[in-house]
Design a protein around this ligand. Structure first.
Ligand code: SF4
Length: 280
């Protein structure tokens, strides 16, 4: 099928984790890609893998070190989940990334999408990864209509039967990233002559299909930006709480700091605050 020819080079993206057969390298990339654009993940992923090349290396590092290494990726809660997941791998899975969907789902921060992705890319398990890009492709190119979750799973089942799930999934993801984006590039698309939506016409069926996410709210002025600013202020060591409140000038700073303390990412000692596990 034209859509899948990308795997042979026409549309395949050259991403460092794709060449990896190490399940841990794939696991880390999948967690980073959950909420961060591919282009912003490439360099932090390479640095992170140098610093924490195995689940064991990560599990034995203080959370503070992991939060500093996470800098620039945003949504730092994922760093905490990754740290916790590494500890579970060491404790329950022989310091390895587990293989089955059920075991992967049992790890902190791993939902249906990430579990399918890791199982397919790391172990070749026969599952199709249903993310927003793939859902767009299936609703437009294959069905030509808006798809409910059960419709989507049924259409995805067709791809699941093709075998080589990692190749199929990567091709779909690459195709979605290059052509069938939120604003599709139909002019350059190699599947335009067979695309179901192009044949039937009408409104774009993707936006209301299951699994197609709505655009994220702007980062500027957001709560996640503020969380990142507070964590960054603590990267060089503990600070007096009042210094944080003075330096990060946002009326929500106090409440967001409490949130980070409650989540276990920041610790309070007397009047000072520090990244969790920071021994300085
Ligand atoms: S022709 Fe347009 S809508 Fe159809 S698969 Fe290609 S990019 Fe997507």
């Amino acid at each position: 099928m034209r859509l899948l020819e990308g795997a042979k080079g026409e549309i395949a993206r050259d991403l460092p984790w794709i060449k990896h057969s190490d399940p841990w390298a794939i696991y880390v990339s999948e967690v980073m890609l959950q909420q961060t654009q591919v282009s912003r993940v490439v360099e932090p992923w390479a640095n992170f893998m140098k610093q924490f090349p195995t689940p064991s290396a990560l599990a034995h590092a203080p959370l503070a070190e992991v939060l500093v290494a996470w800098q620039g990726l945003g949504f730092a809660r994922r760093a905490r989940f990754l740290h916790e997941a590494a500890a579970v791998m060491v404790r329950d899975f022989g310091a390895r990334v587990p293989q089955s969907l059920a075991e992967l789902r049992s790890l902190p921060g791993i939902g249906e999408y990430s579990a399918a992705s890791i199982a397919s890319f790391a172990y070749g398990e026969p599952v199709i990864v249903l993310d927003t890009n793939v859902a767009r492709i299936l609703s437009r190119a294959i069905a030509g209509r808006t798809l409910s979750l059960s419709d989507l799973r049924e259409v995805a089942g067709y791809f699941g039967e093709l075998g080589e799930s990692a190749v199929v999934n990567q091709s779909l993801l690459d195709f979605g990233a290059k052509f069938c984006r939120a604003r599709p590039d139909c002019e350059s698309c190699p599947a335009r002559t067979s695309c179901a939506w192009k044949k039937v016409g009408g409104e774009d069926p993707a936006p209301n299909s299951a699994k197609v996410s709505k655009p994220q709210s702007p980062f500027q002025g957001s709560r996640r930006q503020l969380r990142g600013q507070i964590l960054k202020a603590l990267h060089h060591g503990p600070l007096l709480e009042r210094a944080v409140l003075k330096n990060v000038t946002d009326p929500r700073t106090s409440e967001v700091l409490v949130e980070l303390i409650t989540e276990g990412m920041v610790q309070k000692h007397g009047r000072s605050v520090r990244l969790a596990g920071d021994k300085r």
